[in-house]
Design a protein around this ligand. Structure first.
Ligand SMILES: [Mg+2]
Length: 84
């Protein structure tokens, strides 16, 4: 675990996650308009960048990340299949 945790890194990550939440809401609320999908893509990019920086800073255990990612994808695919 990193000893010197940058508050700036964590704060910007929180802000970018908030922007991603807002972008998801706009795609839903405005019924999937092109400009909102572009914004969603941009915010996903921002969050991916912050996740990479969290990894580089030693704040994230990539084994836990991968296990959780696989489990979450499996669960979501199952749930989405039921909703069709
Ligand atoms: Mg952003």
């Amino acid at each position: 675990m990193a000893k010197n945790i940058s508050p700036f890194l964590l704060i910007v990550t929180m802000e970018e996650c908030g922007e991603l939440v807002q972008a998801c809401s706009k795609v839903y609320r405005h019924r999937n308009k092109k400009r909102d999908r572009k914004l969603l893509s941009e915010e996903v990019g921002d969050v991916l960048a912050m996740m990479n920086l969290l990894c580089e800073a030693g704040l994230v255990d990539l084994d836990i990340v991968e296990n959780k990612r696989v489990a979450r994808e499996k669960k979501m695919k199952k749930r989405m299949k039921k909703r069709r």
